[in-house]
Write a protein that binds this ligand. Structure first.
Ligand SMILES: [Cu+2]
Length: 357
């Protein structure tokens, strides 16, 4: 599988932090005013415009951290994902992406004047019918399907954006491309989420969530979204992973407080035994091993998954062992402060301060 290639050796240097978290909270650290994260389809036209404009703003703000290939703040967020892909898709997967969504929310609020919360894509609502989703609306959404053969999007607010990262680990100008696949988007259906909610332990839940609910969203959009290394180059990534965070939080809520400390799984990328493409437990091997359903949908070329020489040395993970723990450090490369997994297990404080409505 492609991902076994990329999990060979990667990582990056640890850097300091540049942004303070500005969520209101009391002196003892409890959060008081929670940001209300809502579904995209409930946003008014004005709210949608404000959010899209905030992402366009990030794409214009100059990069400041010296991360390879980045020219703006939007790409600095993308670089966090690109250079750490092999160590952020194991047991830390859900927590790392939770913090990355928070980082995006902080940047658009602190640097681009956005006053709302990070929206999510209610993918169950659109499962099997991604092509008609509000998210892909060419006027009020993120633009529609791409145009073959390259799949570059040709309408919407991001049609003219030139992304500096990807495919895979490659650096260089490329478009945001999509190959929307309604059949693959069926893996975003409620039944697959309900299956995961049956799981009692985190070590069973996270691979279940990553398998169908997560991959259904990536594969249903296709193109850059299907790139396991540089997918945050499509702004839809943030709506998708905020949705997955909601799915994760709702599983946690089923058994609180126990699920505020339940963690585990391999520290490096890889499904545990019994999970994974090709063994009958999940969808076709898209994202992790090839195009959805073996269709002709674009998938990054295999050579783009070979870790390049410019990747910095291994990130200190806080727990160098094989098992993901609460002290595992989630490295944000200076875009926001690093956090430990223990800091992001609860979305209601003290570090994070939001709720899903
Ligand atoms: Cu993902």
């Amino acid at each position: 599988m492609l991902f076994s290639l990329v999990s060979l050796l990667l990582a990056t240097s640890s850097t300091g932090s540049t942004l303070a978290v500005s969520t209101p909270r009391t002196a003892n650290g409890a959060c008081t005013t929670k940001l209300q994260r809502r579904a995209w389809h409930t946003f008014s036209v004005e709210e949608k415009k404000a959010y899209v404009n905030a992402d366009l703003c990030l794409m214009k703000l100059p990069a400041t951290l010296g991360l390879n290939g980045t020219k703006n703040r939007f790409e600095e967020l993308q670089a966090i994902h690109q250079v750490q892909s092999s160590i952020t898709h194991g047991g830390a997967f859900l927590l790392y992406h939770r913090l990355l969504m928070h980082a995006h929310e902080q940047l658009i609020r602190n640097e681009c004047g956005y006053t709302g919360a990070q929206p999510y894509w209610d993918e169950v609502r659109d499962a099997g019918n991604f092509s008609q989703s509000d998210v892909l609306d060419p006027v009020t959404g993120f633009g529609g399907n791409g145009v073959r053969p390259n799949g570059c999007i040709a309408d919407g607010p991001f049609a003219n954006y030139t992304n500096g990262l990807g495919p895979g680990y490659f650096l260089g100008d490329n478009c945001i491309n999509r190959f929307v696949n309604d059949t693959t988007s069926l893996f975003a259906s409620r039944r697959y989420i309900d299956e995961c909610y049956e799981k009692k332990k985190f070590v069973e839940f996270w691979p279940c969530a990553e398998m169908n609910p997560h991959n259904g969203g990536h594969g249903g959009v296709g193109g850059k979204m299907l790139d396991p290394i540089s997918s945050p180059g499509d702004p839809i990534f943030y709506l998708h992973h905020t949705w997955l965070d909601k799915v994760f939080w709702e599983w946690q809520v089923l058994d609180l407080p126990a699920r505020l400390t339940d963690i585990g799984g391999r520290t490096i990328q890889g499904f545990p035994p019994g999970f994974g493409p090709g063994n009958g437990t999940g969808p076709p091997p898209f994202e992790w091993g090839g195009p959805p359903g073996g269709s002709s949908a674009w998938f990054p070329p295999p050579e783009s998954f070979i870790p390049p020489a410019w990747l910095p040395p291994q990130i200190p993970q806080g727990n160098p062992g094989n098992e993901t723990t609460l002290t595992h450090v989630l490295n944000m490369l200076g875009v926001i402060e690093n956090a430990r997994i223990a800091d992001v297990m609860d979305i209601g404080g003290p570090l994070l301060c939001y709720e899903y409505v």
